[in-house]
Design a protein around this ligand. Structure first.
Ligand code: ADP
Ligand code: TYD
Length: 209
């Protein structure tokens, strides 16, 4: 029995957590067996790597080390949680996965797709998602939502340049993998986006009503 491997991607603040919460309820209502997990993290060792990656004290970490740690935590995550759940025929929903490495490490950090693809090819083995939802909302729009339209202070401008590259990376990934990546219009209401997710899950046979 083979389950479904579904990932959610997008820029910080695009509405990912909101949609993941609604998806959980939808899967429960339809008696789907599932697990929810996240990256970086998703298991004891991978959560340990997450703590190293996201700890502000490690700001001097090189881009190469960062990319390798994301890939390493992914390899362990697959081993500990993703592969076992898929083998049991479950739906695995993961908050971020390899496309985050493409957008953040390959594009925004500038490591390039060749290097990031290579290390992830080794880490992933065959575990590419069956389906990826990319919530398409630009960082400017996400920032405005969070802080109000006028508040773009200097510090945030520096952050904005990085997040614009992340966004460009996601658009490139969506274009490169049109079969796997479903682009959701992040400017819609919360309910409209949730409805789009549900429609795709029903049409692909992940959920049968
Ligand atoms: P993320 O997990 O991607 O950082 P969140 O789901 O936490 O994003 O959403 C960030 C903020 O935007 C929250 O205040 C949330 O209520 C709000 N939000 C989420 N989706 C929408 C939407 N479609 N329209 C308007 N506001 C939204
Ligand atoms: P998190 O707090 O989970 O952010 P979010 O709520 O936006 O998902 O932190 C995850 C951070 O890690 C996020 O900024 C993106 C980054 N990241 C990468 O840079 N590369 C990766 O491969 C992954 C999985 C995450």
């Amino acid at each position: 029995m083979k389950g479904w491997f579904i990932t959610f991607e997008g820029c910080d603040g695009c509405g990912k957590s909101t949609q993941l919460g609604l998806l959980r309820s939808f899967l429960e209502e339809n008696n789907v067996e599932f697990i929810f997990t996240r990256e970086p993290g998703g298991g004891r060792i991978s959560e340990g790597i997450r703590e190293i990656l996201l700890n502000g004290k490690n700001a001097e970490m090189s881009d190469e080390c960062e990319a390798l740690l994301y890939a390493a935590s992914r390899a362990q995550h697959i081993h500990d949680r993703i592969e076992p759940a898929l083998k049991e025929g479950k739906v695995v929903v993961c908050d971020r996965y390899v496309d985050s490495s493409f957008a953040y490490q390959a594009y925004a950090r500038g490591l390039g797709m060749e290097f990031v693809s290579k290390i992830n090819h080794f880490a992933l083995d065959k575990f590419l998602p069956d389906l990826t939802f990319f919530i398409d909302l630009s960082p400017e729009e996400a920032f405005a939502r969070k802080h109000g339209a006028d508040e773009n202070d200097r510090m945030e401008q520096a952050g904005l340049a990085f997040h614009k590259k992340v966004y460009e990376g996601y658009l490139a990934v969506a274009k490169a993998y049109p079969q796997r990546v479903v682009v959701l219009n992040g400017r819609q209401s919360i309910e409209e986006i949730a409805r789009d997710v549900q429609t795709v899950l029903c049409s692909r046979g992940v959920v049968t009503k």
